[in-house]
Design a protein around this ligand. Structure first.
Ligand code: PFF
Length: 452
């Protein structure tokens, strides 16, 4: 899918390759696993509304900012800032992204491993006894199995980053992602037709503003950033592989729409079933792993649906994990001047070590708490709610204040060959609205500022 350009760097060879890669990064466990559980813990409808506001007003502009930085600089996240702002501290933003990538992949690979276990259980008819909660608890508290699946998943990720972004993954993503979409639609229909399901729709779509606090608003911002893969340079890195004739604005809109649609549909798939089948919406990180197997048991053809679903969920996770690992690998190989192979081995194995702690924090290490949270919880919170919003903040400040407006316009209009009618709005957002909004939400959310 990608070919080399004269400078020897890889490039995506087609428009579709760009969309498949960027949407592949955005659409993942963040949509199907994390969105429902975070929305469920933070009140449902009101959370969704704030989340959507952040997606449009902040997420989309940040995504476009990242893509343009990367394509302009043709470097990894760290090198891009260094090239566009030589001799300044800006490259530290890229470094922060690399740190975020380490944390995210460490805990993300835990959940990705779970999807493989569930694929295995689906094939071997393991949900049939019906007590999906007990099954989930005993699995996640284990040692060998969750670690084994996590390591298998890391190997798959490393293998693709090492060899397959070129001609494998986008080709499959092109077929598999639309299939995932159709499957989620079918499951929405099944979930909605369960008796008692309307309470789930009310929960998701009827906002109850008494549930909103500054902490909830920061959660919504963190989830928007996490879901869109912004704030850590994944899209700077992917942007650096995009060819000069690609329309970045269009790409950003398409990816954002696809990502948001899948998140909302995941909510429609899960919450009606949560209420109809007697689960609690705020039951945390296990939500989809407890509810969905029960839903499959209630479906005609559920055995096959379950296999297909967990297969596609693993693939969706994989197209996201490769983008996270790519941040680290591009950084190591270009900045430390080592081969891609070496960079992949070093990156993936050091992240795996960190990942062991994330996985064991549901079992052997469940007694360990940091600032009142589990190891997994603190990794997830730090990455999604602190590092990504902070990264997004610095990225928009960079585009709005450090890069020259003319350069930004040239990059978005492909040297004036495209019309960029949205430019004024975009530039206003990255210069003023987004920095102020992110800073306010961030400082309030962590309690450093008290607005209202
Ligand atoms: N956006 C991915 C998801 O929703 O599952 C997760 C992710 C990928 C976050 C890449 C950050 C990133 F850079």
């Amino acid at each position: 899918m990608s070919i080399s350009n004269p400078s020897g760097r890889d490039v995506f060879s087609s428009k579709f390759g760009v969309i498949a890669a960027a949407a592949g990064s955005a659409v993942g466990l963040g949509n199907i696993w994390r969105f429902p559980y975070v929305a469920g813990e933070n009140g449902g409808g009101a959370f969704l509304l704030i989340y959507l506001g952040f997606i449009i007003a902040i997420g989309l502009p940040v995504m476009l900012s990242e893509l343009l930085i990367g394509r302009k600089a043709q470097q990894n996240a760290f090198g891009s800032f260094r090239k566009l702002a030589p001799g300044s501290m800006w490259s530290l933003v890229g470094l922060m992204g690399v740190v975020a990538a380490f944390l995210i992949l460490a805990f993300y690979s835990t959940i990705s491993g779970w999807t493989l276990e569930y694929l295995y259980q689906a094939i071997s008819n393991g949900f049939a006894h019906g007590d999906t909660k007990a099954m989930f608890d005993s699995f996640k508290q284990g040692t060998f199995r969750p670690l084994m699946w996590q390591m298998i998943f890391m190997l798959l990720t490393a293998w693709i980053v090492f060899s397959g972004v070129k001609n494998g993954i986008e080709k499959y993503a092109k077929i598999l992602m639309p299939l995932l979409f159709v499957l989620i639609l079918a499951m929405c229909i099944r979930s909605l037709s369960l008796p008692g399901s309307s309470a789930g729709l009310d929960f998701l779509f009827k906002p109850d503003f008494s549930k909103i606090s500054m902490g909830v608003i920061l959660e919504a911002l963190g989830q928007a950033a996490f879901s869109l893969s912004i704030g850590m340079g994944a899209l700077i890195t992917y942007g650096s592989y995009i060819q000069k004739q690609n329309n970045l604005g269009k790409t950003a809109v398409q990816v954002t729409v696809a990502d948001t649609l899948i998140a909302i549909l995941s909510g429609v798939m899960i919450f009606p079933a949560v209420f109809a089948l007697g689960f609690q919406p705020d039951s945390g990180a296990g939500l989809v792993f407890e509810v969905l197997p029960k839903l499959f048991l209630e479906m005609p053809g559920g055995y096959f649906f379950a296999i297909l679903f967990f297969f596609l969920l693993s693939v969706a996770a994989l197209t996201s994990t490769i983008s996270v690992l790519e941040v680290v690998v591009a950084y190591f190989s270009e900045e430390l001047n080592i081969s891609r192979k070496k960079a992949t081995v070093i990156g993936a194995s050091s992240i795996s070590v960190l990942g062991v702690f994330a996985t064991l924090s549901f079992g052997d290490l469940s007694g360990v708490h940091i600032l009142g949270q589990s190891i997994f919880g603190i990794m997830e919170y730090t990455a999604a709610n602190l590092l990504l919003p902070l990264g997004a903040l610095l990225i928009v400040i960079f585009v709005g204040w450090k890069l020259k407006q003319l350069i930004v316009r040239e990059e978005l209009s492909n040297e004036s060959t495209l019309r960029v009618k949205y430019f004024k709005v975009f530039f206003f957002i990255v210069k003023w609205l987004a920095p102020i909004a992110i800073a306010a939400v961030f400082l309030n959310g962590i309690g450093l500022l008290k607005l209202g």
